[in-house]
Design a protein. Structure first.
Length: 239
């Protein structure tokens, strides 16, 4: 019951039938991609002339932010679908996406100050992008508090769906903050990935893909755990 079940890929090597579970294959792929990505970041990609080695954290900070945005978008979709259908699978999907998205949000809030300290001279500045990201994090802290202490399960699911939908309004403000506020009010650099050298852009896109696959794997695994918890609860209550 506790195993992370998945389909298997069957290979024929030297007339030997080998069956490899997709989840294990995907997990192995993620490990290899992260190892290769680390090699690209530290060895292949050039050192920035101004920021030096501190700039390298960019390849983890921005993909973390992308993964956070994508996960919270999935929370939005799950919330809409739950309010429309009242199906518990959408509630579980929303919760799993919220948990994984908030983990990536924490990574953003950790890697950001690490990157900022040698560049800005301070780990934190109350500029628009950082502030709106922190607001989103605090909204989800409230989301999880509701999940933990809210009471009736169906009412919690409905209110959580609504919060997840409303919370996503903050995402465009984070992404477009450099355009919505005057440049003097912010310390984040203006977006210009299209003008980056090939090694920088290639490594960035590779890490973006790696984080996206990791996000998918984590949500899928968390969904599996939540489904097991639901079945266990039903068994305990004789449902």
């Amino acid at each position: 019951m506790g195993k992370f079940h998945s389909k298997s890929i069957k290979l024929n090597i030297f007339n030997l039938q080998i069956s490899i579970p997709v989840n294990k294959l995907l997990f192995g792929l993620i490990i290899v991609m992260f190892a290769f990505g680390l090699y690209l970041v530290l060895v292949v990609t050039r050192v920035d002339a101004e920021q030096q080695m501190a700039q390298k954290i960019f390849y983890f900070h921005v993909p973390s932010a992308w993964s956070m945005f994508l996960a919270y978008f999935l929370v939005l979709i799950a919330g809409i679908q739950y309010l429309r259908t009242r199906a518990e699978k959408w509630d579980r999907f929303g919760l799993a996406s919220a948990e994984v998205g908030t983990l990536f949000c924490v990574l953003v809030l950790i890697t950001g100050p690490i990157w900022a300290t040698p560049i800005w001279g301070t780990p934190w500045s109350w500029e628009p992008r950082l502030t709106t990201t922190l607001i989103l994090f605090l909204i989800y802290i409230g989301y999880f508090m509701l999940r933990q202490y809210g009471g009736d399960r169906k009412q919690i699911a409905r209110l959580s769906a609504i919060i997840g939908i409303i919370a996503f309004i903050d995402v465009p403000f984070i992404y477009f903050s450099i355009n919505l506020w005057a440049e003097r009010d912010q310390v984040h650099p203006q977006s210009d990935m299209g003008g980056q050298p090939t090694d920088v852009l290639g490594t960035f896109l590779f890490m973006l893909l790696t984080f996206t696959i990791l996000l998918s794997y984590m949500i899928r695994y968390r969904m599996h755990v939540l489904e097991l918890d639901t079945k266990l609860t039903e068994l305990e209550h004789g449902i």
